[in-house]
Design a protein. Structure first.
Length: 493
């Protein structure tokens, strides 16, 4: 009997628990339904807000466009054209490999002309906007580019034009040849309109493109030439008979046989000569531009060895000189020279080269873009006014060269009897071009040199005989400890 009573009590308890669970489930389901209703309401509200935001964005966009349209409608045509001209202007910064195709810049005038009827009328009637005649890579040439060049020539009317081509391809494509030929024929007939002309064509014979340089080029200001090796000598025998405004010439062809006349190149500021042109042409060129030339770059294949001792090239306004052969130093007289860059070694006869470097005593910035040994330090001591020493990498046409100081270079500088470069304030190891390991092999030698220059105190009896090293720019491969120690030493006063 007790057993049945106990079972009954257990069942009653379970029924109550079940009823409680069922009541809780029912309440939870009710609350869940309420929450679902709230979620659904919030979703509808969110969608309504999204639609309102989209509508507001559309209205704001329309208002902005309307405002911009009304604003530009109030701008006088001459001011709007100045804005257009700024949009399509090419960069003036030429690198060592000329300038290259800029797709956005090539499309800019066409995009401006597509905005509205007024803009199109202004753009099409303004020749200056259509003067950027840049060409894509050789492999990308097609009929559309031929038509684009024809369109640009038509719309630019008689305005001076800028022509850029970089066709350094290694494998010619037969289907591209006709387009290249058509374009070079067009370019070759426009010498009288050239303002900037940059042409590089490895393995692509483009003689026709240079035809325009055989006649007068009254608007030409900058010229970069790196033609194919198979360019016929005859195509370059007559070169720039009249170029009164030219300021920059970068010439990498071995055929540099143009005839110079002083009145033709009175504005030339920068002259770059590479490959192996006739030396008499190089000498004649420098003599003609002696009164205007400020920067001279002589490439790795331009050697002065056949010169006689009597040759003296006076360049009174030259401030920047970059040479790969130190033999040039004994023939140049440049009293205003401030920046000197070297890509060659003179360790074969340090005393001799020290002697010929003495005329360059005015140099304040020395850049080394070739390996430099300890024994080469002696001739460099002649440059007593150096304030900046730069070790860097460079390119010359398609050739690369990287400067590097050998192990013990700064240790030798410390051991000199008299302070080397007493005015030196800045040391830069610049591998921004991607050259590795420009920082000295022996980092401790650099630290020793800095300590000698920056930690040695000056007194009233013995004033400081050398300048402090104020800045040291290390390459990205420099160790962290060296960076920290250099920062500490350069911060000392």
């Amino acid at each position: 009997m007790r057993l049945f009573t106990t079972i009954g009590q257990i069942l009653a308890t379970e029924r109550k628990a079940l009823q409680h669970v069922q009541a809780s489930l029912s309440e939870t389901q009710r609350r869940l339904a309420h929450l679902r209703a709230e979620v659904s309401g919030l979703e509808r509200h969110e969608e309504a807000l999204r639609l309102r935001a989209a509508a507001a964005t559309g209205i704001c966009g329309d208002l902005v466009l309307r405002f911009m349209r009304e604003f530009f409608d109030t701008i006088p045509d001459d001011v709007l054209l100045l804005i257009f001209e700024e949009v399509v202007s090419a960069s003036e910064g030429w690198g060592e490999e000329g300038m290259h195709f800029d797709k956005d810049l090539a499309q800019a005038p066409f995009r401006l002309a597509a905005v509205c009827q007024r803009w199109r009328h202004l753009a099409v009637s303004y020749p200056i906007l259509w003067t950027y005649l840049a060409l894509p890579e050789y492999d990308d040439l097609n009929q559309a580019h031929v038509e684009r060049i024809e369109n640009l020539l038509c719309r630019s009317q008689q305005a001076p034009i800028d022509v850029f081509a970089d066709w350094d391809c290694h494998e010619l494509i037969d289907t591209v040849g006709p387009y290249a030929e058509a374009i070079t024929r067009l370019i070759g007939s426009l010498g009288h309109r050239l303002r900037l002309f940059s042409w590089s064509s490895l393995n692509v014979s483009t003689d026709a493109a240079f035809e325009g340089l055989r006649g007068p080029t009254p608007h030409l200001t900058q010229l970069y030439i790196d033609p194919a090796s198979e360019v016929r000598r005859s195509s370059l025998e007559v070169f720039l008979p009249f170029a009164p405004r030219i300021e920059v010439i970068q010439w990498y062809s071995e055929y540099s046989v143009w005839s110079f006349a002083a009145q033709r190149y009175a504005s030339l500021i920068t002259l770059t000569i590479g490959c192996d042109p006739p030396l008499d042409s190089v000498v004649n060129a420098m003599r003609v531009v002696r009164d205007s030339l400020q920067e001279l770059n002589l490439g790795p294949f331009v050697s002065p060895d056949p010169f006689g001792q009597s040759v003296c090239l006076e360049l009174p306004r030259l401030t920047t000189l970059r040479i790969w052969d130190w033999g040039w130093a004994k023939y140049l007289c440049a009293p205003a020279l401030r920046r000197l860059a070297s890509g060659n070694s003179w360790s074969r006869d340090g005393d001799y080269f020290g002697h010929i470097l003495r005329p360059f005593v005015t140099v304040q910035h020395l850049a080394l873009f070739a390996p430099c040994d300890v024994v080469e330090l002696t001739p460099l001591t002649e440059l007593v006014n150096i304030t900046t020493l730069e070790v860097c990498g460079t390119t010359w046409g398609k050739r690369e060269s990287c400067g590097k100081l050998s192990d013990g270079f700064f240790a030798a500088a410390v051991d000199f009897e008299s302070p080397i470069w007493p005015k030196l304030k800045h040391i830069h190891f610049d591998n921004g071009r991607g050259f590795d390991h420009i920082t000295p092999v022996s980092d401790t030698d650099l630290v020793t040199f800095l300590r000698l220059r920056n930690e040695t105190p000056a007194t009233e009896l013995e004033p400081r005989s050398t300048s402090r090293i104020e800045t040291v720019k290390l390459g990205y491969d420099a160790p962290e400890w060296l960076i920290r120690e250099v920062e500490r030493l350069t911060a000392l006063h």
